[in-house]
Design a protein around this ligand. Structure first.
Ligand code: SAM
Length: 324
């Protein structure tokens, strides 16, 4: 079992399979951003080997993210290979949903169990303004298809930003009431190249919850996936609401994950700048045992917790590299 110095069991890895993205979300990237050269991105063989070694250490849960994971060709192949690794029980995907509908059947057949689709506006024009692409209808279609295909749960990741989309909080709550989806409100974190992030733009989970309670009755509910979200059922609703509060509260004691960046580095803590290059080991023909020891030692560097709220600082890397 992989454990850190604070007795947290690490059984979950989030993998950024590419830094590329088909959207240009204003709060995440600049209009033009440089891509990592192709040969610096981990190959599928390297990712599969990494997962196999981690599975041997007790990791059972994988999430593919990016960049936009579906902007990379062959994700169904990658999922099928990962699903076949002994010990891997759960494979999820975080996607903007634009290409999801057309690949859904293949992804599901390959072994995809769960999907998180990012959506920051329910208004078609605003969606185009935020993302730079007129693809709202595709994303909505992907959400409907995912529910219909029985992916469970279908989660919608929504980043609420002051003066940007906070007027839509109740609309998202209504969606959770009327559809079998889980809306997960995520606090605006100090990442991004766009210059948009500022602490004054954060709306905390508590503020969002308070606004929702003005119209909807929320009942505290458990989180079957042990994740960091604080979950609620909506009275007489089909879906659920979750709050992820990486900024306003410490969920570090529940942290069960590490990240693998698109460049092939292990990132023990989302908010730390420390990264440990495992790609170099693959490419210098390290043995499985050497890589396994490297992973064990890297996990031991996981900090107990991120910095205090008052010390929030801009993180160096963009989420598209780290894997949001
Ligand atoms: N392209 C995929 C997607 O859109 O879901 C995966 C990568 S994207 C970086 C993952 C998630 O990170 C998205 O839900 C996005 O909204 C979120 N994100 C990006 N920048 C963020 C920030 N500064 N604070 C909070 N969430 C952010």
């Amino acid at each position: 079992m992989l454990t850190d110095r604070f007795n947290r069991i690490i059984d979950y890895i989030r993998i950024s399979v590419t830094d590329r993205c088909n959207l240009r979300c204003k709060y995440c990237v600049e209009d033009q951003f440089p891509f990592i050269p192709h040969d610096e991105i981990l190959t599928y063989e390297e990712i599969i080997r990494f997962v196999r070694i981690c599975a041997g250490l007790g990791v059972s849960k994988i999430r593919l993210t990016g960049g936009e994971p579906l902007a990379r060709k062959g994700i169904p192949f990658l999922i099928r290979e990962i699903a076949a690794i002994e010990g891997i029980r759960d494979i999820g995907l975080t996607t903007n949903g634009v290409y999801l509908g057309r690949q859904l059947a293949d992804l599901k057949a390959a072994g995809l169990k769960r999907v998180n689709i990012s959506l920051d506006s329910l208004k078609k024009e605003r969606f185009a303004y935020i993302t730079g692409v007129d693809a709202f209808d595709e994303v909505l279609r992907s959400i409907k298809m995912s529910v219909h295909a029985g992916l469970d749960p279908v989660k919608i990741n929504t980043v609420i930003i002051q003066g940007f989309n906070d007027d839509e909080i109740l609309d998202f709550a209504k969606l959770a009431k009327t559809r079998n989806v889980e809306i997960r409100f995520i606090e605006f974190m100090p990442f991004g190249d766009s210059g948009l992030w500022h602490s004054s733009r954060i709306i905390t989970s508590q503020e969002i919850e308070d606004r929702i309670r003005t119209l909807y009755e929320l009942e505290s509910s458990s989180n079957p996936h042990k994740g960091p979200a604080k979950m609620f059922d909506i009275k007489e609703g089909l879906g659920r609401i979750g709050f992820i509060s990486p900024v306003s509260s410490h969920i570090c004691h529940e942290c069960n994950r590490i990240r693998l960046t698109s460049r092939g580095a292990i990132k023990p803590c989302l908010f730390g700048d420390e990264e440990y290059d495992v790609k170099k080991m693959f490419r210098e023909n390290a043995t499985d045992e050497e890589i396994s020891n490297f992973i064990i030692n890297t996990v031991k560097t996981k900090p107990e917790r991120k910095a205090e709220m008052g010390q929030i600082r801009k993180c160096q890397r963009n989420l598209r590299h780290i894997g949001g």
